[in-house]
Design a protein around this ligand. Structure first.
Ligand code: C2E
Ligand code: MG
Ligand code: MG
Ligand code: MG
Length: 293
């Protein structure tokens, strides 16, 4: 994971080499620095959420969004999650960070609902977060304190969070569903897919990973995987959202095979709350915002 974070920092080509891309022997030091910086960033309120729209294909309506965290760094600007989420997961900092994300995204769902924009809010939950015994009570408390409507909250978990498919895990998922929340399996197809859990666990949506969407419809293997996922999901009574849809040809291919929703640059990029809201009102020809944050 640390390697991934460093690699991507190098890839991003910003002027942050001394900080994020060390010599081999400096790695431990750099990691520690990043961890400390991240811890402070959470305390100082430097984390922000951007929101990316999701479109229901049947109605062509924006019916939801995904909350995606960024680090608004005082010097480095907007740092993408790939540069800090893996380390946050390794160091355990994902717990306070994930808590903050949950609270902020739930608060935003409630604000938008009050402002006449009842949007579904998809929130990414790291495996470690989900594996905490206190996860369900914490979430219950956050829902209560923010006034978010659980029927509009969807938790995105990855296959990794389901690997230890214990009775306790199943109970946790059932408890979440009983609270009215829904569950989506993120990055579907990229993990150690054990399809048996799909029939055992209360998961309502699959998110086909962007890597399978990227080369649609030309790439025959990706086309086969996307089509098979859609067909299987239909037979299992699950809904599917495709991520990373960038062009109409990809959308049309997915639509023709019964995909329920899409998310990607074709519809819109992730944006800060105010920009997202303005964009949405414009899309729907709604009047200007009715309530301040
Ligand atoms: P993800 O949950 O699979 O989110 C989708 C990622 O794909 C986002 O990247 C989004 O900006 C990007 N994306 C969406 N549409 C397109 C497209 O059409 N083309 C391309 N090229 N990319 C597209 P982002 O925001 O950089 O997030 C990356 C990953 O970081 C997320 O992948 C998720 O795994 C993680 N992440 C983000 N926010 C959180 C969070 O609050 N908590 C946790 N645990 N993980 C998070
Ligand atoms: Mg996601
Ligand atoms: Mg995903
Ligand atoms: Mg992904």
């Amino acid at each position: 994971h640390a390697d991934v974070a460093m690699y991507s920092a190098k890839q991003s080509g910003r002027n942050n080499y001394q900080f994020f891309v060390p010599e081999m022997n400096q790695r431990a030091m750099q990691r520690l620095q990043l961890e400390t910086a991240l811890r402070r960033a959470i305390e100082r309120g430097e984390m922000v959420l951007h929101y990316q729209p999701q479109m229901e294909l049947e109605t062509a309506r924006i019916d939801g969004c995904e909350a995606l965290v960024r680090w608004q760094h005082p010097e480095r600007g907007m740092v993408p999650p790939i540069e800090f989420i893996p380390l946050a997961e390794e160091s355990g900092l994902i717990l306070p960070l994930g808590d903050w994300v949950l609270r902020e995204a739930c608060a935003q769902q409630a604000r938008w609902a009050r402002a006449g924009m009842p949007l579904a809010m998809a929130i990414n939950i790291a495996a470690l977060q989900f594996q905490q015994a206190e996860f369900v009570p914490r979430l219950r408390q956050i829902l209560q304190e923010t006034g978010a409507d659980p029927r509009y909250i969807e938790l995105e978990i990855t296959e990794g969070a389901l690997l230890a498919s214990t009775d306790e895990l199943v109970e946790r998922l059932d408890a979440l569903c009983a609270m009215g929340l829904s569950l989506a399996l993120d990055d579907f197809g990229t993990g150690y897919s054990c399809l048996a859990y799909l029939k055992r666990l209360p998961i309502q949506r699959l998110k086909i990973d962007r890597s399978f969407i990227k080369d649609l419809p030309g790439d025959l293997e990706d086309a086969a995987i996307a089509a098979a996922t859609l067909s299987m999901a239909r037979d299992l009574g699950m809904r599917v959202v495709a991520e990373g849809v960038e062009n109409p040809a990809q959308r049309d291919y997915l639509m023709a095979r019964g995909c329920h929703a899409i998310q990607g640059y074709l519809i819109g990029k992730p944006q800060p709350a105010a920009a997202f809201e303005a964009w949405l009102r414009q899309q729907e020809g709604l009047p200007g915002r009715s309530e301040p944050d």
